[in-house]
Design a protein around this ligand. Sequence first.
Ligand code: HEM
Length: 508
Amino acid sequence: MEFDSMTICGLVLAVVICIISLLILYARWNYGFLESLGIPVAEPHFIFGSLFSTRFTPIGYRDVDLMKKYGPLFGVYAGRQPKIYVCDPDILRLIMVKDASFFDAKVALDFGDRFLNEMPDYLSNDKWKIVRGFTSPAFSGAKLRIMNYPMKKSLVEWGTRLKSSINTGGGRLEKCALDDLLFDGLTELTLNCMFSIQDNSGKFPRILKNLATPKALEYPNIKAIASSFPILLKFLPPAQLSPEPAQEFLRIIEDLVASRTAPNSPPDVIDLCIEQLKKINTPEFRKAKMTKETILFQAFNFFFSGQDETALLISAMIYHILTSPAELRIEQKLYEEIDRLWEDLEDNGGDNQFPSREKLAQSDFLQANIYEALRLYPFFTAERVCTKSWFCEKYNFTVPKGMTITAPLWAANRNPEQFENADNFDPERFLPGRKENLHTYALSSFGHGPRNCTGKPLAMEVLRVVCAYIFKNFRFHLRPDSQLIFHPDGPWVFIKHEPIYFDVTLRE
Ligand code: HEM
């Protein structure tokens, strides 16, 4: 049988139309589902979901815009995946704390690497429980007290180098990218107080920078389309984090574990790993598929979890302090409190270089500034997956099993029903007398409940110590190019932004 060219063209066209129709059907398969729950839904693109049209807006601001348009609870098609976004603290409390057993999983995420796939957030429940069981105690009050000395030692070394750069620059360090500088100092601090590693060669900050620049970031459009056609991810390099730097750190940790003959005094994260590695053949660890990588990854997680975010928080805080209306006197009030903290160090149990931990924990104005920066610039999201269908009384709908609940943290922390003038930097809202009026779950920067941030106590301690030190020793000055500019896309949870420049001088 012979076909003329018209027939062949017709057949090809029919096949093409068929394929396109199937692709459209596939991408739109879940459309209508969120609407059927009776909640507001962020309008989806014809095939690329609700977030495609705003893919060039920084994620945090995009979520704030969505909350302002659709309210504190709404549905979103992230590509083809339906999700419920929650900015209402009553519902966050129920989902993350009171009824957490209905939401005791996080969204599965494949990092395309065996080691990175041991990230605690995404482990199976059995494995996560074991991991959480041995990582949480690493941040107890007693452990933080032990970490306090190496933390301050690293900080003073970093500060001494900064002072010398200021002196070399004739008393003023111009165009200092404070976020980058802090990132390096915080990495040294983390290594010293958790791993007993003293290194300021720049090797470890480089590992972290490489980790956070996966190749797929170079293809933002394909990444956006891949949320509707996940098969495309198979053809992209790893999108979340680069595996090679993680492997490099793994080898460093393996060497440290192998070369340690006796426990360190005081015990550090390497000792913690050695202790857990001894259990690798126990029935409990075998049943949960705990491997050497699972344990060593937790050390890696401690190494990289805080620096980028903490450096951003402090730099953004300084930017806001310097750009706040003069009548608020934020800078003056802060420096006055800082100077009071340093008075009578011997009498308050300080170590002559720093105020005591207890005194720092009572620094109301400094902490109010820290909380306000945490409110405005947290990581983007905390997520839970519904594992048993759950009725939401307040909004009168049932969350079906399998549904992803997203707490878009920038938006939740800017909920206008909870925070007056929510977009403004106003540390006074966290001062005694006003902070008591806030909903307990209005500030969600560390997540809530059993799956919240394990490292919160350390992160807060570092923020207090570092801020107290830098405000005691340095003064920051706005420049014409001081700015907070966020990028639309970033690796995993990291918040990609432009360098945050200031001029820096010494206070004395
Ligand atoms: C200012 C700094 C930090 C912020 C804002 C932050 C925030 C968060 C958030 C929002 C989560 C998800 C919580 C949830 O889903 O409810 C999280 C998880 C986690 N964070 Fe942090 N974090 C910080 C620093 C740290 C540090 C310094 C460490 C450890 C050294 C750490 C370790 C962890 C771990 C292990 C998890 C996973 C917890 C789990 O799934 O059980 N974080 N963090």
